[in-house]
Design a protein. Structure first.
Lengths: 347, 347
């Protein structure tokens, strides 16, 4: 390759066919070590800005691009993290996606996104996920069977459930302290004089919804109260709207507070209560959500809610990613992070 | 590899080290052609369900996984499409992401997501993007310089701007007929008696905002009117809120209609007008948005807006992806799809 070096000195870099230039060619052209070329394309590596710029400029000129994928075949680490996401219409998940994507990029990793179609499970997209050389699978707002989780584990691919708690000890779970925050919501409502509290549940069989409900019911019990009603809202705007309609259409029930297992259901319930049933919130009925999505703070809603510790949950997830292995001990698989009650105008 | 076949007959599949099994091993174990193994892992390929199930079951058992990435090194097509997205906080883009992601998955392709941090350009993430073997780059809600676009083009990677029109003839642009829809909004407002129409612009230097404004101003001119005011709202909720505040805080202006270049700004403007300025919409002032995001239809907003033809824009994008090449003629690079005025309660 000494010829390449000579050629570059005479401006012959242009004549090399694009796509056929190797890191070795590039290092020869510049008369530098091949390892410098590699460092120029690795975020945060030790190399002067001036040398990095020179290398990237020549790489651009001759059409060299470092192939992260080819490199991954040697190192067995691709830098690609698969995110399997079930419910992208709930604004909470794009907010998680945004924060998680920034964070991965900052650490030189990349996000391969798989969206689970409505009514399907994470299992259904796993054959596609496993076609790629990925370092880990993050599952959020989707169900994955123990069988599939175990299969990933056997293949050495850590599985991390984000905002979901699973019983399987071969996978990680990172979530908010949902039961504890459910208790806080009940305490807050009862202290403000509400006595007939109903719960609007999220998607069936989700730990987030059942944990929030359990804490809520437990704290009501401490105050000598029981749930006035419990309806399914399926974690959707339409579901929250329909649940409020079912509860309040005949004006005969005496429910005076609604705890919705997420914010988007709470917005649906609020829209029904204020614009259709023409009830005064929080005078006639209080509404509390969970997540603290951006729209919760909009004046049209001004929703009292529980803020999920999204950044902290992502911090924990990144730490588990860096470890790169499934939990080694039963009982250590669950990481809970504390949420915060945000009091606004609906309770 | 005849030995492998014999071994599987005696249940020895279990003894093969995970990760070391090849498609040839698997086909030998099952006594089938290697091409059947490949077909079993390719969506929509011709293979019986029964054989596919047998192949996948054994693959699971012995830890074989087809490596799409290794395959891509041979075929030069990885099935991975990079999506470079600038503004994920505007709900329109998660909705596009959802629709686009489903569609790619359905065609056996996969989405690698790159989020451009606020205040940066697509150019800034391109060094990372180009580390991966990608079939194409889709850019949405982000700016990319002609220099970077040309570089992708030289490397044989088609660049498609989705919801953005660019002048560079080496890249594709797919967008709504923004200028025409701007005209429709002006006609609609003037027909309903509004005469003092203001425009709230999106991010500076975006074709979507300037095209919508141009059409709006042109049609006002046909009615003998000019723009009553024009403010920047930066395509954010907060920007729309602040623009409405700037226009209406002193109650002395006589603006009677606001055309906001996207919905999320319109929601911000509506929240200011209704909840802070205590104005009646549409009696005191009309508000029209653009996009038709889900929240536009919520009773709290009930926003009159222009529906973007998201599915049709994705259809065109998929067709361009299938062609797999940059535009071959100047003037053929732009694809415009028709939008639709959705009349609700704010105008």
């Amino acid at each position: 390759m000494a010829t390449s070096k000579k050629k570059s000195d005479t401006g012959l870099a242009d004549s090399i066919a694009p796509g056929n230039v190797t890191a070795k060619d590039l290092s020869n052209m510049l008369g530098i070590a091949q390892s410098s070329v590699s460092r120029a394309f690795t975020p945060d590596s030790r190399i002067s800005d001036e040398l990095r710029q020179r290398i990237i400029a020549l790489a651009d000129e001759v059409g060299y691009r470092p192939n992260a994928i080819a490199r991954s075949l040697n190192t067995k680490s691709s830098g690609i993290v698969a995110l399997v996401m079930g419910d992208i219409t709930n604004p909470f998940y794009p907010e998680v996606l945004e924060a998680f994507s920034y964070r991965l990029q900052k650490e030189g990793k990349q996000l391969l996104l798989f969206v689970v179609p409505p009514g399907r499970q994470a299992d259904d997209v796993m054959p596609q996920v496993l076609q790629y050389q990925i370092d880990a699978v993050i599952v959020t707002s989707a169900h994955m069977s123990s069988r599939t989780a175990d299969m990933c584990c056997r293949r050495g691919i850590p599985v991390i459930f984000l905002n979901r708690r699973v019983k399987n000890n071969s996978v990680w779970s990172v979530c908010c302290n949902n039961a504890r925050m459910g208790e806080s919501v009940a305490d807050y409502l009862v202290e403000r004089g509400y006595r007939r509290c109903a719960f609007i549940a999220g998607a069936a069989n989700t730990s987030t919804s059942s944990d929030r409900r359990r804490g809520f019911v437990k704290a009501l019990g401490r105050h000598g109260l029981t749930l006035a009603a419990s309806l399914d809202g399926h974690y959707t705007y339409e579901g929250g709207y329909a649940a409020a309609h079912a509860l309040f259409r005949n004006q005969k029930n005496d429910v005076d507070a609604l705890f919705c297992a997420n914010d988007i259901m709470a917005l649906g319930a609020l829209d029904y209560l204020k614009h259709v049933a023409k009830l005064a919130v929080p005078h006639d009925v209080a509404v509390v959500g969970f997540d603290d999505i951006r729209a919760a703070a909009f004046p049209a809603y001004n929703l009292t809610t529980v803020r999920q510790p999204t950044q902290e949950m992502i911090d924990v997830t990144m730490r588990l990613l860096a470890e790169g292995a499934p939990p080694d001990q039963a009982g250590k698989a669950l990481h809970e992070v504390g949420g915060q009650l945000i009091t606004r105008g609906t309770a």
